[in-house]
Design a protein around this ligand. Structure first.
Ligand code: FDA
Length: 305
């Protein structure tokens, strides 16, 4: 965590030739045109895309406005490039980057800014998915989701299988038209709210996925785990789901061959593509927050699958 804030270390890491390679593997670049170019490349291979602008958790209103504006510019550029229609390329949003934690009216501010992004997405004929952050923000994020869905019912949610509450949240959100991305969860959480054991997290993922697949919503299976992918396919078959009634999702740079295999097999396969200047903090924090994340990125650098 200390390293993620050190400007000296940041300077060294940003300039080291190896860092560029590592970063390019997981982050599309720093500018909107980098993000659009990467989206175009992935679109050309039959993969769907969701783009995340790497804004920081902010307690500064000006920074929250800059993040909102970055999304508005991105959505306009995606529409101009003909990439957003039908939701082929959509965006993912962290409410903390839109000021959710600002003192006093942070929740209202982040809701207002998220609404502007949803409006721009609707004009571009695409959707927004709200990323899920640490457990102290889950209720606030789900409340914001409910408010946004009144006007933009296609707004997507993210639920984290490591949280004990998530099976119940899946039941609440498994209704027609409800897009729910199910991931394992990436933050360090106390055992009072989250399963600590990897096996328990995996088991809970399957329980939650069963609820989503049996329900009437649109499940988004966000995992690189081969067993989860196989189980998702079986659950979809068992529930007579058509290929367009759910999708797989993976992070940019992780298991690209598997991504392509799923897309070629006729599945909807969406790649989560981060971009922006804040890649250093993003990668360092992802690793610091949860030691397993370091192994996860290192594995991606050495894996051929
Ligand atoms: P996990 O890390 O448990 O790995 C399981 C297995 O997958 C491994 O044992 C291995 O077999 C295989 N595997 C993994 N990486 C591999 C590699 N590089 N090569 C070969 N095999 C590999 N989190 C969060 O808290 N909030 C959020 O909003 C999101 N959003 C999000 C969106 C999308 C699209 C994705 C894919 C993920 C997220 N996440 C997230 C992150 C998520 O919670 C989780 O931390 C990571 O996806 C890692 O968990 P996995 O399910 O992929 O498998």
């Amino acid at each position: 965590m200390g390293l993620s804030r050190s400007t000296k270390v940041r300077d060294v890491v940003e300039k080291a030739p190896i860092s560029r390679d590592v970063v390019n593997r997981f982050v599309a670049g720093t500018t909107t045109s980098d993000a659009v170019r990467t989206a175009r490349e992935l679109d050309g291979t039959g993969r769907l895309v969701t783009i995340d602008f790497l804004g920081e958790d902010t307690l500064d209103r000006a920074q929250a406005i800059a993040t909102r504006d970055a999304y508005l510019d991105l959505l306009a550029d995606l529409a101009d490039a003909g990439l957003s229609d039908g939701g082929r390329v959509e965006v993912s949003l962290k409410l903390s980057a839109l000021g959710q934690a600002l003192p006093r009216d942070g929740r209202k501010i982040s809701l207002d800014y998220a609404r502007s992004v949803c409006e721009a997405a609707a004009i571009a004929d695409t959707t927004v998915t709200l990323d899920m952050e640490d457990h102290t923000t889950t209720d606030a994020t789900l409340e914001t989701l409910a408010a946004l869905r009144k006007d933009f019912p296609q707004t997507g949610a993210v639920l984290q299988a490591y949280l004990r509450r998530t099976e119940a949240d899946c039941r609440d959100l498994a209704y027609a038209g409800s897009r729910v991305r199910l991931c394992k969860g990436a933050y360090a959480e106390p055992s009072s709210v989250a399963f600590a054991d990897k096996g328990e997290v995996d088991m809970n993922y399957v329980k939650c996925l069963r609820v989503l697949m049996e329900g009437e919503g649109y499940p988004m299976v966000a995992s690189h785990d081969p067993r989860i992918i196989q189980i998702a396919g079986s659950l979809a078959d068992k529930n007579l789901r058509a290929p367009e009634s759910f999708e797989f999702q993976m992070l940019y740079g992780i298991r690209p061959k598997e991504q392509q295999r799923l897309a070629d097999a006729g599945h909807r396969m969406r790649v989560y593509v981060p971009f922006g200047d804040e890649w250093y903090g993003y990668l360092m924090r992802r690793m610091a927050e949860r030691p397993a994340n370091t192994a996860f990125f290192v594995r991606a650098l050495t894996s051929r699958s």
